[in-house]
Write a protein that binds this ligand. Structure first.
Ligand SMILES: [Zn+2]
Length: 194
């Protein structure tokens, strides 16, 4: 099922007490437009994250938060809105192509994961080389970005690091999207023969 949500009102939204004022002025302000398709949910959202006065549109953020929910648990968290601003910059840069969301908030991850802290996204831009996506995302790094290149699974990971942690880059060619899921190594019950 495909659900297309358009943000048109702030009604019912609760303010998260965050303004859209750029934390670091050296990054250009994006249009605010985003178009994201969550491939594991079969849902998409097309909204602008800003209100006309330039503050965040909480209703739009809430729609994106819902799209970024943990696929395995259904838990929803308020994703760091600056991550959505990066999403909008990426959307703008590549000319308004739909962005596929492979993974957003992950409630079941270890607490060391930035996905667990609703500060990470695994994405790909339709019709754009992964290297170009990675290269552009790297230009958004103001010193606190985690950036992963996943050529086998065909996505990039973008996050905000934990407070005080510097930027970090990595390449993962494993192609195992479930690499953080630990399998049980419990031995099967011993069978006795009579
Ligand atoms: Zn990731």
């Amino acid at each position: 099922m495909i659900a297309l949500w358009m943000a048109s009102t702030d009604a019912g939204a609760t303010s998260r007490g965050v303004t859209a004022k750029a934390e670091r002025s050296n990054l250009a302000r994006p249009s605010g437009d985003v178009w994201v398709y969550a491939e594991n949910l079969g849902e998409q959202v097309k909204v602008n994250i800003y209100k006309s006065d330039g503050s965040f549109n909480d209703a739009a953020l809430a729609q994106l938060d819902d799209l970024f929910r943990c696929v395995r648990s259904g838990e929803v968290r308020a994703v760091r809105p600056q991550l959505y601003e990066h999403l909008s910059r990426i959307y703008d840069h590549f000319g308004g192509r739909r962005i596929d969301l492979i993974s957003g908030f992950r409630f079941v991850d270890r607490s060391s994961s930035r996905h667990y802290h609703a500060s990470a996204m695994d994405i790909r831009v339709r019709g754009v080389s992964l290297r170009a996506q990675y290269a552009y995302a790297a230009t958004l790094d103001t010193g606190d970005m985690g950036l992963g290149f996943y050529p086998t699974s065909n996505f990039i990971h973008v996050d905000f690091r934990a407070p005080g942690e510097p930027s970090y880059r990595w390449v993962d060619r494993s192609g195992n999207k479930r690499s953080t899921t630990k399998r049980s190594h419990t031995q099967p019950a011993r069978k006795y023969t009579s």
